[in-house]
Design a protein around this ligand. Structure first.
Ligand code: 5GP
Ligand code: ZN
Length: 133
């Protein structure tokens, strides 16, 4: 946590292009944007993955993402939150990306390799998830 780059940004130990700050969240421009206006929203509570952040620390994230998306004035955009290296997480402090998609080439590129689901397998999976939910 002491070495966390985003905790340092929150504390002002590392400079950032701050968009908004409250007692729970901090929002700033991404230093390596996928498109113009690519922004990050982070909870002030340190945690690597979404499941580590208390609910009350998450309550402002989506409203702030929505405000940023409106301010960016780009009709198409992605909201993204990566958890774990294989899921493309590089910084281990939870962060939500707002990424404008101004055209086919800029912004987030997504591979979406779908397959048809087996209905019996889906029903079994649903039972397993609901048992733990
Ligand atoms: P991830 O792949 O972990 O979901 O995304 C991490 C994001 O943080 C990347 O888009 C990267 O450009 C951004 N980032 C990493 N270090 C810094 C930094 O020091 N300042 C800012 N503003 N963004 C950063
Ligand atoms: Zn942190």
């Amino acid at each position: 946590m002491a070495a966390c780059i985003f905790c340092k940004i929150i504390k002002g130990e590392i400079p950032s292009m701050k968009i908004f700050e409250s007692d729970k969240v901090f929002a700033f421009l991404d230093i390596g944007p996928l498109s113009k206006g690519h922004s990050l929203i982070i909870p002030k509570h340190h945690g690597a993955k979404l499941t580590e952040i208390p609910d009350e620390q998450l309550s402002e994230i989506l409203p702030v993402a929505k405000r940023i998306a409106k301010a960016l004035d780009c009709p198409d955009y992605n909201v993204l939150q990566n958890n774990g290296r294989i899921a493309h997480q590089v910084v281990d402090h939870v962060h939500f990306h707002v990424i404008p998609k101004p055209n086919e080439t800029e912004g987030l590129g997504i591979s979406w390799p779908t397959r048809e689901a087996n209905k019996d397998e889906l029903a079994k999976l649903l039972d397993e998830i609901k048992a733990k939910f």
